[in-house]
Structures are given as structure tokens and as C-alpha cells.
Design a protein around this ligand. Sequence first.
Ligand SMILES: Cc1cc2nc3c(=O)[nH]c(=O)nc-3n(C[C@H](O)[C@H](O)[C@H](O)COP(=O)(O)OP(=O)(O)OC[C@H]3O[C@@H](n4cnc5c(N)ncnc54)[C@H](O)[C@@H]3O)c2cc1C
Length: 442
Amino acid sequence: MITYDAIIIGFGKAGKTLAGRLANNNWNVAMIEKDPDMYGGTCINIACIPTKSLVQDGLKGVPYRDAIERKDKVVEKLREKNYKNLAEHENVTIYESEASFRSDKEVELELDGKTEVLTAEHIFINTGATSNIPPLKGDLNSDKVYTSTSLIDRKQLPRQLAIIGGGYIGLEYASMYKTFGAEVTVITPEEELLTREDREIAAEVQKVMEEKGIHIIFGAKAQEITEESKDKVSLSLSNGETVSANAVLLATGRKPNVEHLGLENTSIELTENGAIKVNDHLETTVGNVWALGDVKGGMQFTYISLDDYRIVENYLFGDKKYSLESRKHVPNSMFIDPPLSRVGITAKEAEEKGYEIAEGKLLVASHPRAHVINDLRGLFKVVIDKKTDKILGASLFGPESPELINLVKLAMDLEAPYTYLRDQIYNHPVMSESFNALFAID
Ligand SMILES: Cc1cc2nc3c(=O)[nH]c(=O)nc-3n(C[C@H](O)[C@H](O)[C@H](O)COP(=O)(O)OP(=O)(O)OC[C@H]3O[C@@H](n4cnc5c(N)ncnc54)[C@H](O)[C@@H]3O)c2cc1C
């Protein structure tokens, strides 16, 4: 048995950041990653970075095959850099193996056919999440059925792509593959798009996606996949329709990666959603065993994983005051074309919470910058608490919204009145100056 000061399972955002911090503090750290193609974690290898590099190239008119090649290069570079950052640290040992708990404080690995056991007082679980596979009849192992990970490894653009699921990943891929020239059909069991978003914004997103040529089938579940020909499958749906496609993307959410962790050998408990149960400081039900990132449930974003790192770092080395409870507003963006970004709550949610609200609304087409960049699509909306003048939320569907939303988030965190964004001097012609008009609420 080898003893470390800390064992980190999973080379994700929180895990790698924490490994560096602990090692710099002279902790002897074991970093365990099961997949050599995943050094640096999900974000840089199979998620945020490759998908947004493809989105970007698609919008620039780069052919699909060339975009895939560039994406592979970007990923390889980042993976190597991430690996080296830790591998070259004298206090870090990297193990390439799947880790599994043998007891609360012992972790087992297979190395060159032999079992090795590591132990540490502090253990950090950062194993991420994996695609849900929906219960469809037919051959889900067909070479025409993909997850978000395998589809972006496909070298040839599918002529027809069917996407099962109308969530964030489903819609981002729909927009991206349509931009590259695929015929795209999205199948969603919901009767409307983006059910948790403001209805007017969701309707605008639907309009823009349909105008782009994306076909959306509402109120239908995919039931069976049948091989139609050498390069085609057909999907039968619960509403009686059949969709033919060269590729089917399963985009039905992601579940915490706990399956092979041997948690049954420990007192680490799971939530009813199958995530690792943690307290406000991200400690599991075993003292000094922590869970960070997607595996602990909740919002699945890289910056949440990074903020989870901040919580644990603050607990270990700081004043222990930063916790899930004190986390402020979390923005998010969906990189469709144009992007949709959101922070805080919608008008409907605010009213349900008992706020007396006012709303600000602006068509992107009415703003000068939209004309400069020749993209007039979209709608911006904000919600204000009439009593305090505080901003309760913003839904920004339009160009450059992933940058803009962070400004609103800052104002909300600082509890600034909406008039602060309304009366600000912005440079010109930029998208943020649209806040002069968007926040002009009587
Ligand atoms: C298609 C897609 C697009 C996305 N786009 C964005 C985006 O634009 N912006 C954003 O913020 N988020 C995005 N996300 C979400 C984001 O990628 C994740 O929330 C984030 O990467 C999770 O990081 P993590 O720290 O939880 O762990 P991960 O980065 O998932 O790392 C977990 C690591 O643990 C390893 N592992 C698992 N089990 C074991 C084990 N037993 N032993 C050893 N190693 C193990 C895995 O191989 C993996 O490397 C996207 C996700 C997807 C799928």
C-alpha cells in the first residue's frame, strides 16, 4: 500500500486545479485518470473546447472535415499541456488506471496486471459525468448511433442527422451540424422548446432554428432504431412518424460517473439522482473524502467544477467561509446560432416567488452593433424587482450574449440597481451599450 497526502480520482477541471494547488503546498499527490485520451478532463477533450471550436469554424464557413482536423489539433495541444503541467510537478504522481474504492480511505488500481492499493487522509472524487443512453429498441451499438463524444470524431459530415433530445447539447449540435450543411431533425418529448426559459425567448429561439432549416418534432419519443441500409437507419417515434438518418445522436442528458467507483465498499452515499451526496463544503458522507464537479450532481459546467475547487481550497487553506450556500449567480450560455445566455430567474419564476416585477425588452435588430456585424436576430429580456430595483434575471438571445451575460451577473452579485447598467457609459459600437436601452424601464 502506498500512502499519499491526497488522492485525486479524475483529471477534470476541479481535480487538476486542486492537484496543482496541493502539490505547490508540498502535499504528495496521486492523480488517477483512467483514460489517456482524457488528460485535462471532459471539457478540453470531448466537450466545451472541441464543440465550440467546431461551432466557430462552422460559422466561418470552414468545411466540416477541415474543422474536425483543427478541432483535433486544438484538443491534442491542450491535453498535452494539461498532462505536462502535472506530470512535471515533483509532488504529483499520475496513475493511468480506473480507480475503485476498497474502503473509505483505500483506493485500488490495476497497474500492469497487478493490483495496487493507495491510501490518503484526503481523497477527492472528480470523475465527471457520462451520456445517458435512452431505452430504445434496436441496435444501439450500430455505427450510425452516436453520443456527443463519438459524433464529433466522425470524419464525414452526416447528410441527415437525427437528434434525440432537445436540451442544451441537442440544440447546440443541431445548430452546429446545420451550419456545416447537414439536414437536421430534433426529436423532443416536450410540446415546446426550452421549457425552463422565458416563453417569448424560447419562441424566438424556435423561430430562428426553424428558419435556419432545423426540423423539430415535438411531443414524440424515439422508440426503435432499425437498420435501413448500409449507411442509414430509421427511427420510429411514439407519434407514429419515422425519421431516416445517416447518424443518430443520443442527447438525453448526462449522469454522474459513479458506476465503477466501488462506492458500495464505502460509507459514501448517493442522492436520489445518483450523484455523490455532499455537504455545503463538498465533503461526502465520509470525513475528508470530497466530491467535486459533475459527479456531485447539480449544474454541469466547467466553471462550476472550478468553483467547486474554490470551495474545497477555501476549506483546506482559507477561512472556510466559501460554500455552496454562499455561491452567487451562475450564468450559462447555449452556443446555438445566435447564442442564448441566461442568468437568474425568468419573469414567471419571479412572479411565482412573489416579486412585483418590471421587465425590460429589446429586439437585437434595434441596436447599432447588430447592424455593424450584420446579425439582426434575437431578443434580450431582463427582469427587475420593483421594490428594490435589483436585477432578478436576464435572458439574452443574440450575438455576443455569452460575453454580455457576465456583465449582468456581476451587477447582480454586487446587488447594483438596474439603473447602474442603464446609465453606464459604454464604448461604441458594441453590444453591451444595448443595456442603455434594455434597462430603460419605467
Ligand atoms: C458536448 C458537451 C458540451 C459542453 N459544453 C460546455 C460548455 O460550453 N461550457 C461549460 O462550462 N460546460 C460544458 N459542458 C459541461 C462540462 O464539460 C462539464 O461540466 C465539465 O467538463 C465537468 O468537469 P468535471 O470536473 O466534473 O470532470 P471531468 O472533466 O468530466 O473529468 C472527469 C475525469 O474522470 C475520469 N474518470 C472517471 N471515472 C474514473 C475512475 N473511476 N478512475 C479514474 N478516472 C476516472 C474521466 O476519464 C475524466 O477524465 C459540456 C458537456 C458536453 C458533454
